[in-house]
Design a binder for this molecule. Structure first.
Ligand code: GLU
Length: 442
């Protein structure tokens, strides 16, 4: 069987952490099985869907390295939905209903007041042709419900959650089409999954109840259902209903300087039994990707963990991977020297300005003489061969200084800072001229 997965966002906002994770799971599962990964833009809701969000979704997926093998848009497929809708209607699996939302609300309240589950009572099925004609004459347009089959339980083996079982008689016949003819998510999605040959539907556990309904739709449409994997939801570090997590978008993460590899590495492993590792290469994550390793408990997403992972990714990145984001003139030698000190690639320009100067060194105070001696020493050493060790060896001999007293005044005068990359690596980049000038200036 060819594995075909799909990521089906509604273009009503930016992608956030939760749906990136779903996209990633779909992409990884397809790649791990030599299958296809499709992007389906769920834009049936013309009012809420926006073209700028479609563009942002494509851009964000490309940035994350999760490019799709093909893209389809639901708004271009209304003809297919109409055809399949008519078939289901002719077969008696879809029926018109005329209640207003106020009437439905009232019914639910009465049921709840009696301690009954708020399941739609199918009153519309009791209407006669004459009733319907009268309603339509009065200008009432029907919405459309899918008629659930109450005679059998809906069961499936979820790849994450294990065996699932739903009693359809405890569920309302879902509305699949509004009175204005527009589509709700449920039916077009099942129609598309069949038409696009989706083998695995991979999504969050907030869709589990939808799956029970959609499995009946697959059957009514004459198709075997795909396999399903519903991952447990993420929680923010502050708890389940984290506003921050729901709104934390790819665009914000990018602005914070988070690397896409870090997002992938964290979201690929979060909620699984495997440790989170700073994997730069997707191939390393693919080998262990398996829904069987996912737990059922909600997984905690921690922004701090992501930032740390991103730094550990940056420490591994070769110059070629970042060259276009570095300041003009900064070459591979400088990148390799500063990268162990970076939390974000953008910070490389701070170190580049330390190399290039001018640096704002603190007043030398009682180290003035020592730094003057250092400048003299810097004049005579051989700059081609490890100048830092030559310099400190000379100064160690000349002065009684050692340890911090030996190194720190030099670092301060040469870089304007107390901490930073290894001086042995940094000094050749600063170079003879600038180093002597900085030592003399202090
Ligand atoms: N557009 C739906 C959503 O974003 C797709 C759900 C699905 O994967 O079927 O929730």
């Amino acid at each position: 069987m060819t594995v075909v997965t799909r990521f089906a966002p509604s273009p009503t906002g930016r992608l956030h952490v939760g749906n990136i994770r779903t996209a990633l799971h779909n992409w990884m599962f397809a790649r791990a099985h030599g299958g296809r990964f499709l992007l389906r833009i769920d834009d049936t809701d013309a009012e809420r869907s926006e073209e700028r969000f479609v563009a942002a979704i494509r851009h964000d997926l490309a940035w994350l390295g999760l490019e799709a093998d093909a893209e389809v848009r639901q708004s271009e497929r209304f003809g297919l939905y109409e055809k399949r809708f008519e078939e289901l209607r002719a077969a008696g699996r879809i029926y018109p209903a005329y209640e207003t939302s106020q009437e439905l609300d009232l019914k639910r309240k009465i049921q709840l007041g009696r301690g009954l589950p708020p399941v739609y009572d199918r009153a519309a099925l009791q209407l006669t042709d004459a009733d319907r004609a009268r309603l339509e004459n009065d200008g009432v347009r029907p919405h459309w419900r899918f008629h659930l089959d109450h005679d059998c339980l809906v069961e499936w083996d979820d790849l994450v959650r294990g065996h699932q079982r739903f009693d359809p008689s405890t569920m309302s016949d879902p509305v699949v089409r509004r009175a204005d003819g527009s589509w709700l998510y449920m039916l077009p999605s099942a129609i598309d999954d069949i038409d696009m040959g989706i083998s695995h539907v991979v999504r969050g556990e907030d869709h589990v109840a939808n799956t029970a309904l959609q499995i009946q739709m697959f059957a009514a449409l004459g198709a075997a259902p795909p396999s399903f994997a519903h991952a447990a939801l993420l929680t923010g570090s502050e708890g389940k209903l984290s506003k921050r997590l729901g709104s934390l978008g790819v665009d914000q993460l990018r602005e914070m300087g988070i690397e896409p590899q870090a997002i992938r590495a964290l979201l690929a492993r979060l909620g699984t039994s495997d440790p989170v590792e700073p994997a730069v290469d997707m191939a390393d994550l693919l080998t262990t990707f398996d829904f069987g390793r996912f737990g059922r408990a909600p997984a905690r997403f921690d922004e701090g963990e992501l930032a740390q992972l991103s730094a550990r990714i940056i420490h591994q990145l070769p110059y070629g991977a970042v060259a276009d984001r570095l300041p003009a003139g900064m070459a591979a030698d400088a990148w390799d020297v500063v990268k162990p000190n970076l939390s974000t690639v953008a910070e490389a320009s701070d170190w580049w300005s330390v190399i290039e100067g001018p640096v704002d060194a603190p007043a030398a105070g009682e180290d003035r003489e020592y730094l003057a001696a250092a400048a003299d020493a810097a004049e005579v050493i051989e700059w081609g061969e490890d100048p830092w060790h030559q310099l400190v060896d000379k100064l160690k001999e000349q002065t009684a200084r050692k340890g911090k007293a030996l190194f720190l005044p030099l670092r301060r005068a040469l870089t304007g800072r107390d901490h930073g990359p290894d001086m042995a690596a940094l000094l050749p980049l600063i170079g003879r001229e600038r180093a002597i000038a900085r030592l003399r200036a202090s």
